[in-house]
Design a protein around this ligand. Structure first.
Ligand SMILES: [Zn+2]
Ligand SMILES: [Zn+2]
Length: 644
């Protein structure tokens, strides 16, 4: 018998060689039907693979990222099976799961796939899925594996085999298809109920443009049709809300070749949003006891040698410029500058926690192929701050930071979020992680304790911590359910000593502070990109670049329109008059396209009654109001930063 420890800590006994799927079945049939893979002693395994020793076990379903990626990778095998049955002689390279589905790279001997071909392949995949074939794992010797693919004439798989060790090689078969793969896979093809092949493109073998161009077929699959339908709908909506498209239509940002790739130019409407976000951050941080600082965009090489950004992060920085025989770098992060502000005066425990904030401009070298609208840029404005505190203060500070995130989520109507808590990997101490095993464990425990005590939803991820301490990535979902990584919150126990930062503690001894790095609003670039999609460009009143548009029905009413404009401006409302000689219908349509929250329509009746007719974006006619009444409503809406 073997002992199986489940995630809730309970221990059950099973016969040696029992599979995760059988264990699931012993718990409930319903659960067994949902199991896609298993995590056995921390490793992702086939649910059908025999377990031969005492183990910890987590059953993985669609709700687990590893379950989902096993599902999608298995769908790639199914795609390959379909391709092979329709195009015999096809050769395959690799077929991984990706963020949203899967792809398989293949050599079709020069054949181009059309949309119609994709539909035929989809149909074949559905047929094969219904055959309910099992994914069968088989250990194979290197010689036999080489033999198999020599017979098949697939030089790509032979190339893969070259890099593999004998004794480490497995084949997986389902139906008539066999692949070289380390797995894992889902138990059977019939779990794949809905399939969409989304795209076909060229991909150089091994990503090297000197190599042959292979065909890459992309797809996505789900355990039921409804999920696929919802996903396709979401994609369609995402296309309409594409921040690059909306950013251009609404005059938010632009790029220019001569300025350079990845260097956004913020247009007047974008600058308004930036200013409003900074106002929000300043108000929030003032209340939370932060102090604002301003630091230069560049610094000497030695600063980054002290911080360790050089050489570890050199790839992510712009190349240096030489001045007076010294190398200077554009800053990729604000931390070193802030540390120098901490170090500029002698500090006592009475001054801690010291919270230094700055909307800092950073420059990062991203590969040109990686640049993407506002999501991946080379110049970014970060809602940054560094909190210097004692160990005893850590919990309260961490909690306050956490509360600030939640406060912002509420303002922006972000209902779904999760904190990804990234830990160090003990095997890579001194290499990828600063070599302080005890400090790592201690700090990780501090953070975990704070997350648990604040009842924050989080997942732990091994081996993704920052160089100098555990890290929390905040993932949020937009209104249409797309996931974004927004910001990080990091605990740092290394930079303090690298910079020889210290404060005089209660016992009159020097002590190194802990540092919290936090950026709840992320960067303007990524956050506004997110907001464009989240709001579909319809910014709430407080953020809207133009809040009120005044539309006189004809030139006769310009005078009254100007009086209203002045009143609104005196009240710091961002308002404009549409004084073009267009028909009112066109003026309304154009204002709606620019997604201006309020329209005030001025005609004969309004002038006579000294009132205004109000139209709310997306809601239509709001009736006739006295100007003062309207002002009172929108003042509250703006002050409270209401979403609607
Ligand atoms: Zn596989
Ligand atoms: Zn920092």
């Amino acid at each position: 018998m073997i002992k199986i420890t489940l995630p809730d800590g309970s221990v059950r006994e099973y016969a040696e060689g029992t599979t995760a799927l059988e264990i699931a079945r012993s718990i409930s049939e319903g659960l067994a039907r949902k199991v896609l893979a298993a995590q056995v002693n921390g490793k992702v395994w086939d649910a059908t693979r025999p377990i031969n020793s005492d183990s910890s076990l987590k059953l993985l379903t669609w709700d687990d990222n590893d379950g989902k990626s096993t599902f999608w990778h298995s769908s790639a095998h199914l795609l390959a099976e379909a391709v092979e049955s329709i195009y015999p002689g096809v050769k395959f390279w690799v077929g991984p799961a990706i963020d949203n589905g899967f792809y398989y790279d293949m050599d079709l001997g020069g054949r181009q796939l059309t949309e119609d071909d994709l539909r035929v392949l989809e149909k074949k995949m559905n047929e094969l899925a219904r055959e309910n074939n099992y994914y069968i794992r088989k250990d194979i010797s290197k010689a036999d594996a080489v033999h198999y693919f020599q017979d098949k004439g697939d030089e790509y798989k032979l190339d893969l085999l070259q890099g593999l060790q004998d004794g480490d090689i497995t084949f997986y078969s389902q139906g008539k298809f066999t692949d070289l793969c380390r797995g894992p896979h889902i138990p059977a093809t019939s779990l794949i109920k809905a399939i969409k092949l989304t795209n076909v493109s060229g991909a150089f073998w091994k990503g090297d443009e000197k190599n042959k161009m292979l065909t890459r077929v992309y797809g996505v699959s789900f355990p039921n049709q409804k999920q696929l339908d919802e996903y396709l709908l979401m994609l369609e909506e995402a296309k309409k809300r594409d921040h690059r498209k909306l950013g251009k239509e609404l005059g938010i940002f632009t790029f220019d070749d001569e300025v350079g790739p990845g260097l956004p130019l913020w247009m007047p409407n974008g600058a308004v949003i930036i200013e409003e976000l900074e106002k929000l951050a300043k108000q929030t941080e003032d209340k939370a006891g932060y102090k604002r600082v301003v630091t230069p965009h560049l610094a000497k090489e030695s600063l980054y040698l002290t911080s360790g950004h050089l050489p570890y992060y050199a790839d992510g920085m712009f190349p240096p410029m030489e001045m007076d025989g010294t190398k200077y770098y554009l800053k990729a992060m604000n931390c070193p500058h802030h540390h120098k502000i901490f170090a500029a005066e002698s500090r006592s425990y009475r001054e801690l926690p010291l919270r230094l904030a700055e909307y800092g401009t950073c420059y990062r070298y991203e590969q040109s192929g990686e640049l993407f609208g506002l999501m991946r840029v080379r110049c970014l404005h970060m809602n940054d701050a560094h909190i210097y505190c004692t160990r005893e203060q850590f919990f309260e500070e961490f909690k306050a930071v956490n509360d600030m995130y939640l406060k912002y989520f509420k303002i922006f109507g972000i209902d779904k979020y999760v904190m990804r808590f990234s830990l160090h990997d003990p095997a890579k101490l001194g290499e990828k992680y600063i070599n302080e095993p005890e400090l790592w464990l201690e700090t990780e425990a501090l953070v975990r304790d704070a997350l648990v005590r604040t009842k924050t939803p989080f997942v732990e991820v091994a081996g993704e911590g920052a160089f100098y301490g555990p890290k929390i990535d905040v993932q949020i979902w937009s209104a249409i359910g797309r996931e974004f990584t927004l910001a990080t919150n990091q605990v740092d126990f290394a930079q303090g000593s690298r910079f020889k930062l210290s404060f005089t503690n209660k016992d009159n001894h020097p002590e190194t502070p802990l540092i919290i790095h936090r950026a709840p609003l992320g960067t303007h670039e990524r956050f506004i990109g997110f907001l464009l999609e989240h709001y579909a460009g319809k910014f709430p009143l407080w953020l809207a670049p133009v809040q009120v548009k005044i539309l006189p029905i004809s030139d006769k009413f310009q005078g009254y329109a100007q009086t209203i404009l002045e009143t609104l401006k005196n009240d710091d409302i961002r308002a404009e008059v549409d004084d073009r000689s267009e028909k009112i219908g066109k003026k309304i349509r154009d204002t709606e396209l620019m997604k201006v929250p309020y329209m005030l329509i001025i005609g004969e009746k309004e002038v006579n009654e000294q009132k205004i007719s109000v139209r709310r974006q997306g809601k239509g006619d709001g009736g006739s109001l006295a100007l003062q009444e309207f002002l009172d409503t929108i003042r509250t809406e703006i002050r409270e930063r209401k979403s609607e």
